[in-house]
Design a protein around this ligand. Structure first.
Ligand code: AMP
Ligand code: GLY
Length: 430
């Protein structure tokens, strides 16, 4: 089959690698793609996300059988709906279904209506600012204040004091997160360990990929600012088979049923952000797409034909047999960033060592923020630059391989966490 992949990050590079390796893939195009995809996909730069007509015309011209949409923004804007209205199979939800990510209030209300386990909450519009302040008065601390809309992971404040919570409410309503902050959700703090589980679904049936754990904070020991994710590993031993079954039965299936019943079935990858406390999973958030950087690890241990799996979901006939194994071995993906990220950082530094590392079979390199120059050299062009993914029979071997890989790569002001995966080594399951 002919596939068009949309996106340019590390997640999309991992998707490209697995789609390229799928026996059912004939041709793979990536728009806009990234320099790491050269050789596995044909990069296309002539399309525009602001003009879906260009994408539709490309699909017709190249007999595209499947469009895979990586990031949330085009889904939230309705790209999948537009493609479907032209009879193009697309892996990714409708704009209506994508609201589970673009509106936290919408997502929480849906969970509440259908009894899906999540933190207690209330939501408030800007006109209800006084009610919002009054609500937190007698709530237990810490308490979590969130901008309702998409704020690139930055619109969440965990307030340790009531004063901090009041300030967070004012800050969000003052317009700090633009439209994302026109309403807020205030929710109870959940304790436990976080994990991410991805469900591949055709709207009714679903299968779960390997559970993963992200590392959102910038510094070792989960300190520093929140980032897009500094590394991930899979499968996460924290999420036992028993917990996976609970996630499936108490969260994924009821959620898909709810969305189907309410008239906006979810087709694509349902990202379940979990908090696990004493063996009990609750939902922290849903996203409407694969996670980044979890996907790099999750797909590195996946065995099967990803193209067939995603295509079968897109056409409403999930073929679970396309996944032979959820996880063979372990993968640990260490993000190499530009020093200063997630605040200001420099770009344009030449990256050395990519050629040598490509010869090591236990290490994959995923590009995220890189640029190819006409002379063939590759420079840094973003906050998160590369993902170095180590593979191994055990988690500790995978971590070791990832950090061996990191030492091959050099550029000015490179920065990475040194403890990715460590949390998974000493899991004492409840
Ligand atoms: P979100 O954008 O909703 O995923 O929140 C970003 C991060 O904030 C999560 O990954 C958690 O680390 C943290 N967080 C969000 N909601 C809660 C909660 N109710 N309790 C504890 N931590 C939370
Ligand atoms: N890794 C978190 C996310 O993709 O939202």
């Amino acid at each position: 089959m002919n596939i068009l992949l949309i996106g340019s990050g590390g997640r999309e590079h991992a998707l490209a690698q697995s789609l390229h390796a799928s026996p059912s893939t004939t041709a793979l195009y990536a728009f806009p793609g990234n320099p790491g995809m050269n050789g596995i996909a044909t990069l296309v730069d002539s399309l525009s996300l602001n003009d879906s007509g260009t994408i539709i015309a490309f699909c017709k011209q190249h007999a595209i059988d499947l469009v895979v949409v990586g990031p949330e923004a085009p889904l939230v804007k309705g790209l999948a709906d537009e493609l479907r209205s032209h009879s193009i199979a697309v892996f990714g939800p409708s704009a209506k279904a994508a609201r589970i990510e673009s509106s936290k209030g919408f997502s929480k209300d849906l969970m509440k209506r259908h009894g899906i386990p999540t933190a207690g909450y209330e939501h408030f519009t800007k006109e209800q600012i006084h009610e919002a302040h009054a609500y937190i008065h007698d709530r237990a601390l810490p308490i979590v204040v969130k901008a309702d809309g998409l704020a690139a992971g930055k619109g969440v404040i965990i307030a340790e004091t009531h004063d901090e919570a009041h300030a967070a409410i004012d800050e969000i309503f003052s317009g700090l997160f633009a439209d994302a902050g026109s309403s807020i959700v205030i929710e109870d703090f959940l304790k436990g360990e976080e994990a991410s589980v991805f469900a591949i679904t055709d709207g009714q049936n679903s299968i779960l990929l390997a559970p993963a754990q992200d590392h959102k904070r910038a510094k070792d020991g989960d300190l520093g600012k929140n980032t897009g994710g500094m590394g991930a590993y899979a499968p996460a031993p924290l999420v036992t088979e028993e917990i996976m079954n609970r996630v499936d039965n108490e969260i994924v299936r009821p959620m898909l049923k709810a969305m189907h019943e309410e008239g906006f079935p979810f087709v694509g990858c349902l990202f379940v952000g979990l908090m696990i406390d004493a063996g009990k999973p609750s939902v922290v958030e849903f996203n409407c797409r694969f996670g980044d950087p979890e996907t790099q690890a999750v797909l590195s241990v996946f065995r099967g034909d990803l193209a067939t799996l995603l295509h079968s979901a897109a056409i409403g006939a999930l073929d679970a047999s396309a996944m032979q194994s959820r996880a063979e071995g372990f993968a640990c993906n260490v993000v190499m960033a530009s020093g200063g990220y997630p605040d200001d950082y420099e770009t344009g530094h030449k990256i050395l060592g990519l050629d040598k590392i490509s010869e090591i079979p236990q290490i994959s390199v995923f590009h995220a923020g890189t640029k190819l120059l006409p002379d063939g050299s590759i420079i840094t062009s973003g906050g998160r630059v590369l993902g170095i993914c180590g593979l191994g029979a055990t988690l500790s071997e995978a971590i070791q391989q990832a950090y061996i890989g990191v030492e091959y790569i050099h550029y000015q002001k490179r920065y990475f966490r040194t403890d990715i995966g460590k949390k998974g080594l000493h899991v004492t399951n409840p």
